[in-house]
Design a protein around this ligand. Structure first.
Ligand code: ACO
Length: 349
């Protein structure tokens, strides 16, 4: 039976390095607090007015396409995962398509936040396994730094996130037992507002936790943007950090075990575990719970912060470039994020 594999992988991070000390100059925080709670030392910020989510995605995609041994003309479908798109609509997929001269093929944007890459991988896997497409370009990219609150009020969220992009090309393989063995996707909408960026949106204060906006009564318009929203500067992401932490450390091990058990493996069979880079403390907790040794886990949040949909492909690509992903290796990817959403993928490289 036809399977799918990662045929090429690439990543791009902007040049500008922003350290914890840099953030401490604009908000009440410290290098010590950030490192102790998150493990993050520095992150990258994209260059305003020059880079966008889709340009970073295209930079990563070019590398992935070249490494897959194809050209942009051979790509037959695009999946773009991001929570920080260039425009509210249309999605960044079509913008990347225009930049790369791939017009005419389908472009799908998905909004599954930190789980976006794993969700996208699952979609690409189904398309390729079914024989519908031969070269699916999957991109995860984020431009967080343009949408964060750099006052002390936003410090619990702002210090965590960074910008960047990762991309893979998913291709068919007939090699027995190789490629993407399985993917596992989950969500629980009860946690939707615990990590969210709600404005602009159509909620108009009707959902749990949003009554505070006090939208004026008016029959038409005025819902996406209201003067009150600007008055209150209510256009930043919010996060209940401890609730996210608790749910994450429960769901990560569950979904990793789901991937392993459905293929008849146990944690000790893994050659490499690449977790979504949410927070180093979450990764370490999960690693300890699963009994995975340090040399079988790839973490790079120290350098890049949490890059949401881009974090797994960036980490996987770095690991691959460092020679940590070899032919025949068993690799597990796992993610958890806003939604809540979570998922995993098991790959025989
Ligand atoms: N610098 C200094 N102090 C801070 C900062 C900061 N950056 N942020 C919060 N604080 C303060 C708070 O104001 C609070 O002060 P108070 O006690 O005077 O009220 C104190 O630190 C403790 O705040 P908590 O929010 O309880 O801090 P906590 O120990 O939970 O750490 C953190 C916060 C790091 C966000 C943690 O909850 C966490 O990592 N949660 C998971 C978040 C995460 O991983 N999100 C991303 C995953 S999903 C995705 O990737 C989209």
């Amino acid at each position: 039976m036809l399977s799918s594999k990662i045929g090429g992988i690439g990543f791009y991070v902007p040049e500008k390095v922003v350290t914890n000390h840099d953030l401490a100059k604009v908000m009440d925080t410290s290098d010590e607090w950030i490192q102790e709670r998150t493990g993050i030392v520095e992150r990258r910020y994209a260059e305003r007015h020059k880079e966008t989510t889709s340009t970073m995605g295209a930079a990563a995609a070019k590398i992935a396409i070249e490494r897959a041994g194809i050209t942009a003309k051979d790509v037959d479908f695009i999946i773009f995962a991001t929570l920080s798109p260039d425009y509210y609509f249309p999605g960044s997929g079509v913008l990347l398509q225009r930049q790369m001269g791939m017009n005419g093929i389908g472009a799908l944007d998905i909004r599954n936040q930190c789980s976006g890459f794993v969700y996208g991988l699952s979609i690409a896997d189904q398309f390729v396994k079914s024989g519908m497409y031969k070269n699916v370009l999957l991109v995860g990219a984020e431009f967080h730094s343009c949408g964060l609150d750099f006052s002390t009020r936003g410090r619990n969220v702002t210090v965590i996130f960074g910008d960047g992009a990762g991309a893979v090309v998913i291709q068919p393989t007939e090699e027995e037992g190789k490629g993407i063995l399985s993917t596992h996707l989950h969500a629980d909408g009860d946690g939707a507002e615990k990590l969210a960026y709600m404005n602009p949106g159509s909620h108009a204060g009707v959902h749990v936790g949003t009554e505070k906006y006090g939208y004026p009564e008016q029959e038409f318009g005025g819902m996406f943007f209201t003067p009150k929203m600007f008055e209150d500067e209510d256009f930043f992401p919010n996060m209940e950090g401890q609730a996210v932490f608790k749910f994450a450390v429960q769901k990560f091990p569950e979904v990793i075990m789901e991937a392993l058990e459905s293929n008849g493996y146990k944690p000790s069979d893994l050659d490499l575990f690449v977790p979504h880079q949410a927070n180093l403390r979450i990764s370490q907790f999960v690693q300890a719970r699963m009994g995975i040794p340090d040399d079988k886990v790839w973490n790079n949040i120290q350098k890049y912060g949490n890059t949401t949909a881009a974090s797994i492909p960036i980490a996987l690509c770095e690991a691959w470039e460092a020679g940590k992903v070899k032919e025949g290796d068993l690799v597990c990817l796992a993610a958890f994020g806003s939604g809540f959403t979570w998922g995993s993928a098991l790959i025989r490289w």
